[in-house]
Design a protein around this ligand. Structure first.
Ligand SMILES: [Zn+2]
Ligand SMILES: [Zn+2]
Length: 229
């Protein structure tokens, strides 16, 4: 079984993260993972990249966390995949499977309405995982469920304040027959608690949708423990 972190922030891309991508790669490996996805807060979320930059330059800087983590990962034997976390007034949609060059070529991702964004990503071959769908915090305007517009549901999120938010997410995934994922949502070095277990070695994020659709997620890491389905 391989163990993957699916939800992680770096201080290259996220204003609320404390560790660099390279430090995150080192500690992720030390915490027993085989790979990780970088999912920094995107343009409408808590990004630390200056929104007044021209789009291509904004994307280049936004992707630095991924590039730095990949460099370290290649050196220490940790797979590093690219993704991002799209925000819609506090509802977060993890986006995987499209490379930095796709983002640079699609500046409309920041101007289209959120539902158009979700459609665009999926029509372009990417995939959407609804992150912590039942989280309730001051910055979450409303709980919004879009079961027909997502590929999977994050049923364990290490950043949720209450376990009930995870329990409700599991109910949601089961009710709609949506695949389940788990992620630490870690913003610092010591907070690894989530992840997925696969019997399949992803070479990059473009294979993640196939893995989700084919039932390739065989279990989840919950509160640091590996639990097979
Ligand atoms: Zn954050
Ligand atoms: Zn996050």
């Amino acid at each position: 079984m391989m163990r993957w972190e699916t939800h992680l922030h770096t201080n290259e891309g996220s204003a609320c993260a404390t560790a660099s991508a390279s430090e995150m790669a080192e500690t992720c490996k030390a915490a027993g993972y085989d790979g990780m996805f970088i999912t920094d807060h995107f343009y409408h979320g808590n990004t630390c990249i200056d929104r007044s930059l021209p789009w291509e330059e904004w994307v280049r800087q936004f992707c630095l966390g991924y590039y730095h983590a990949k460099e370290t990962g290649d050196r220490i034997g940790l797979r590093v995949c690219f993704g991002w976390e799209y925000s819609w007034n506090g509802n977060d949609f993890l986006t995987y499977g499209l490379p930095p060059a796709w983002l640079a070529a699609h500046p409309e991702v920041i101007t289209v309405a959120p539902k158009e964004y979700l459609r665009l990503i999926r029509d372009s071959g990417g995939c959407i995982v609804h992150a912590h769908p039942f989280r309730q915090e001051h910055y979450v305007e409303a709980i919004r469920l879009l079961p027909d517009m997502v590929d999977a549901v994050e049923v364990y999120n290490g950043g949720n304040r209450e376990e009930a938010y995870n329990e409700r997410a599991l109910w949601y995934a089961n009710s709609y027959g949506l695949p389940q994922t788990s992620g630490s949502d870690t913003h610092w070095k010591s907070a690894f608690s989530g992840g997925i277990l696969t019997d399949f070695d992803l070479q990059d994020a473009s294979q993640y949708l196939t893995l989700i659709r084919s039932g390739g997620i065989k279990g989840l890491v919950r509160a640091g423990k590996d639990v097979l389905f």
